[in-house]
Design a protein around this ligand. Structure first.
Ligand SMILES: C[S@@+](CC[C@H](N)C(=O)[O-])C[C@H]1O[C@@H](n2cnc3c(N)ncnc32)[C@H](O)[C@@H]1O
Length: 127
């Protein structure tokens, strides 16, 4: 799935404002997806760093080419292991967009059912 097929990030302005990005800080986007939230974080990040997680192999196609950004193609439940590996013991903010993209539902690929909120979103799409 390319970025052009991806959705407009939900509550983009509100969630970025709530994150209060500090230039030079270290941030995590646990649900990278199409990278909409990550791109906004990078605009404010100065020389900081941003690590995105996404367990869906499709997300790799949206990877942002920016030396401040790294994409970890795994479930964010392993977040602590990756941060330990990278030598990061503190971050300045974490964003998680715990929605489900409609293409994943309508395409008949019910992926990653572990997310809370998934059932509600499925009902919305079916209705
Ligand atoms: C609603 S989308 C995120 C959209 C993203 N914020 C954007 O701006 O494009 C949710 C994403 O989270 C990913 N995801 C869901 N559960 C995950 C998990 N446990 N670990 C890693 N990624 C996960 C999905 O693969 C999906 O790409």
């Amino acid at each position: 799935m390319g970025i052009s097929d991806y959705h407009t990030p939900v509550l983009l302005e509100e969630s970025i404002a709530g994150l209060s990005v500090i230039a030079g800080g270290t941030y995590l986007d646990l649900t990278f997806g199409g990278g909409g939230h990550s791109r906004e974080i990078l605009k404010l990040l100065g020389d900081g760093s941003l690590i995105g997680f996404d367990q869906d192999p499709d997300a790799a196609a949206n990877k942002i080419q920016d030396k401040r950004f790294s994409l970890v193609p795994h479930n964010f439940r392993f977040l602590k292991n990756f941060l330990d590996y990278l030598g990061i013991d503190k971050v300045d903010g974490i964003l998680a967009d715990l929605g489900v993209h409609k293409l994943k539902v309508l395409g008949g690929q019910k992926k990653y059912l572990g997310l809370s909120g998934f059932d509600l979103e499925v009902i919305e799409f079916i209705n």
